[in-house]
Ligand binder design. Structure first.
Ligand SMILES: Cc1cc2nc3c(=O)[nH]c(=O)nc-3n(C[C@H](O)[C@H](O)[C@H](O)COP(=O)(O)OP(=O)(O)OC[C@H]3O[C@@H](n4cnc5c(N)ncnc54)[C@H](O)[C@@H]3O)c2cc1C
Length: 408
């Protein structure tokens, strides 16, 4: 029997689930969300989970604010906590260049009404017992920043969407997105089942280009390795819920994790992956874990000024995953001009936890022909013209976007 829906969403990560929630909230009709794996089990279960509010890129603060709003709404709808941890953040400058970045952040935060204050070295030490304060020129404290378990947030969107009527189908891999002429008609699963719908949203994360390739569409991103290290527990030095930090001069961020310290570092040459090499499940993919020590060797000297014993710090865990980077470090959200009814939401640039709620809202507004709350032109899928995401040259451009990233 043929199954028919108004909208099919492919991908049950943060971006697909946020889209499902935002569409369901708008009574968009019969909605199906399919995922080849369990919901919330892929990149969205591997994040460092920072919800950084102040941003200098256009429209980003609005997108992040929408995520915070979604968290409140979903907690009410489900009558359960999503365990947002409002720990605050501290951005640290110790060079002329990073001082300029802090000034731009302050300006953005003030414009958007995000509480922020410059704090003394003494106050910084109180909040961050592990840090060396001598190299700090300016420390900018934002007390309302938070982090959240990304898998819990993703499940929260999915549960809320389900409560509002969305059908969730995990463990149902999509083989093809189907088209007739220049119209989208639905999907076929790997078991041969065909499901029709006039609107299909490709939210398949790192795999999104594999579904677009047969349609001659290249989305302008590639998966790039993101990673962090987690120290052994030392609750006195790394108290639970102390502010997360962003330290551009060390290409680093840190976050507390129940008495341990999460340390995120960006190498000068980040590692892109050819999407054609991806396995269906990230647990089967080789992120070249051996590189965790060489990357640490490259990056530790910069962080050493702030965390003096980093060379001896016991490392208990390492986490690697793909983030979908775009050459201009902006998301990919909107309709695909070539096929009526085909949309995408991807290219998270390492920000899908923070911005996912807003990204989902934007794509839902575009599908529903509502006035978008931010300018969609920043995120238009075709803004680079024709690209080949399977070429090494293009993948390098995407990796450079992560190598040059400064914020959290
Ligand atoms: C180490 C690391 C740290 C990070 N830290 C942060 C952070 O601090 N803050 C922040 O905001 N962001 C962070 N991120 C980024 C964040 O994790 C991503 O932006 C987010 O998870 C992207 O969600 P997604 O839905 O696009 O991808 P995914 O969660 O990977 O979801 C895509 C889904 O599509 C499914 N799929 C693929 N192909 C098919 C198919 N053919 N048929 C059906 N289903 C399919 C997959 O099974 C998968 O479940 C981090 C990422 C990593 C890796």
């Amino acid at each position: 029997m043929e199954q028919h829906y108004d909208i099919i969403i492919i991908g049950g990560g943060l971006l697909g689930c946020a889209t499902a929630y935002q569409l369901a909230k708008r009574n968009a009709g019969q909605i199906l969300l399919v995922d080849g794996n369990e919901i919330a089990s892929q990149a969205s279960a591997r994040a460092a989970c920072l919800l950084t509010r102040a941003r200098t890129k256009p429209a980003l603060m609005e997108l992040v604010q929408e995520t915070y709003d979604c968290i409140g709404e979903i907690e009410q709808l489900l009558d359960e906590s999503l365990e947002l941890q409002q720990c605050g953040s501290i951005t640290i400058a110790s060079s002329e260049a990073s001082l300029k970045e802090i000034e731009a952040l302050e300006e953005a935060a003030n414009r958007f009404g995000i509480p922020n204050e410059r704090i003394t070295r003494e106050r910084t030490k109180e909040l961050l017992p592990w840090i060396e304060t001598d190299p700090i020129d300016v420390a900018l404290y934002m007390p309302t920043d938070a982090f959240i378990d990304s898998a819990l947030l993703c499940s929260g969107y999915a549960k809320a969407a389900k409560k509002l009527g969305v059908t969730l189908r995990p463990n149902s891999k999509v083989q093809t997105i189907n088209v007739e002429g220049n119209r989208t008609t639905g999907i076929t699963l790997i078991n041969g089942e065909t499901i029709t719908a006039p609107i299909v949203v490709n939210a398949a994360g790192s795999w999104a280009n594999l579904l677009m390739r047969p349609l001659q569409i290249g989305l302008p991103f590639t998966p790039v390795r993101s990673h962090f290290w987690i120290s052994a527990i030392d609750s006195e030095r790394f108290p639970a819920n102390h502010p997360f930090t962003v330290i551009p001069d060390a290409r680093a961020f840190t976050r507390s994790d129940v008495g341990a310290l999460i340390i995120g570092l960006r190498e000068s040459q980040c590692q892109p992956f050819d999407p054609a090499t991806l396995t269906d499940k990230l647990e089967d993919f080789d992120f070249n874990e051996a590189a965790k020590w060489t990357v640490l060797d490259e990056c530790a000297p910069l962080l050493k000024r702030f965390l003096k014993d980093i060379d001896e710090l016991p490392i208990a865990h390492y986490m690697a995953g793909p983030s979908c980077y775009v050459p201009d470090a902006k998301f990919i959200i909107g309709p695909i001009a070539q096929y009526t009814g085909l949309y995408t939401i991807t290219g998270c640039c390492g920000g899908g936890v923070a911005a996912g709620g807003g990204m989902g809202r934007l794509v839902a507004e575009l599908i529903m022909k509502e006035t978008p709350f931010v300018d969609p032109a920043y995120f238009a899928p075709e803004r680079f013209g024709k690209v080949d995401p399977f070429s090494a040259e293009f993948q390098k451009r995407c990796a450079d976007a992560r190598s040059n990233k400064k914020g959290g």
